[in-house]
Design a protein around this ligand. Sequence first.
Ligand SMILES: Cc1cc2nc3c(=O)[nH]c(=O)nc-3n(C[C@H](O)[C@H](O)[C@H](O)COP(=O)(O)OP(=O)(O)OC[C@H]3O[C@@H](n4cnc5c(N)ncnc54)[C@H](O)[C@@H]3O)c2cc1C
Length: 363
Amino acid sequence: MTSKILHRNVVIVGSGPAGLTAAIYAARADLHPLLIEGPQPGGQLTITTEVENYPGFSKGIQGPELMDEFREQALRFGTEFLVTWIKEVDLSHRPFTLYTDDHIIKTRTLIIASGASARWLGIPGEAPAPQGLGGLGVSACATCDGFFFKGKYIIVVGGGDTAMEEANFLTRYASRVTVVHRRDKLRASKIMQEKAFKNPKIDFIWNADVTEILGTQETGVTGVRLHDTVTGEERELACEGVFVAIGHKPNTDMFRGQLEMDEVGYLITAGRTMATEIPGVFACGDVQDSFYRQAVSAAGTGCMAAIDAERFLDNLPVEMPNGEEATRDGEIITADKESIIRPDGEVIPNKPEEQDGHPGYFQ
Ligand SMILES: Cc1cc2nc3c(=O)[nH]c(=O)nc-3n(C[C@H](O)[C@H](O)[C@H](O)COP(=O)(O)OP(=O)(O)OC[C@H]3O[C@@H](n4cnc5c(N)ncnc54)[C@H](O)[C@@H]3O)c2cc1C
């Protein structure tokens, strides 16, 4: 099948709070953004129930309903949606090229809002309800869901910094927190370990895998099944909540080798802006934030990325990493400043008198 070729000013990858907020701002700036929804339309909040900390909803709102509101707002200002996902990108020159199964998309600016996914254990009982108990006592976000566990006994699974952070945070609400770790020592940094060891509400079960989360849709979580990694012994432990804290994976595989990332794969943005190292490529939301990971912070950076993209388009031409310059009209000035490559591929000299009325660019 032949691919359909699209040309756009702004393409946004991802339809979570960051991508949809970027779309609202870009659409209102008349940039006619194209938003690629990706494999999880609406993003992570579509797999949760009550969201109680998103400002503006004093009585709370269901995650999927909140994301429907975001989408409606982006649609209202003229955002174009494509229900597909990006398989591959070429960011070596502008316009940037994105590939889906059916499209080749050329864009002058790219806003990456592809989010991050919590790593899960892949065990029975863990999937979102109604298949499992996700949302009924199973969570991967203490900041989001800790409040629902007041006075309850909770298990935190993991041994790294994330697990220690979640365990410490959860002691504000829980009656007791047990960290279950599959080894006999933690991977977390010394300072995080010390904080957890000193916390009187936290205890540890070592050398144990959680192999199943127990409970029903009516009762919610009632316990976990544990497998001792040393003796092989199986046992059940009663609890009222399970927080899986084994880290997150940013959705950045398609940008590997093209954009700067940290060791986990989070995209690096510059200073107070959402700019990546490639002029015209911006990143917002969880894909560049391993620290806050909240819907409202994702939305905030989505707004910033759209404003950055708008200003970038207003200020072309810009210099590319290879020394070429790109103009607002999609023309490339070669690195030696000798030639201009027009969007249709025609090469003309970079001299005003030889350009047939074209304004030209000087060295
Ligand atoms: C169970 C759960 C409950 C939570 N509860 C809360 C809460 O109560 N309050 C709160 O503030 N935060 C909560 N969070 C965190 C919050 O959901 C995230 O911080 C927020 O969704 C991040 O937004 P984002 O737009 O950066 O990314 P995401 O929401 O992760 O969206 C990423 C988007 O990128 C798309 N995508 C991925 N790969 C591709 C690709 N190759 N091509 C195209 N598109 C792609 C996906 O389809 C998706 O639309 C919760 C998270 C979870 C998992």
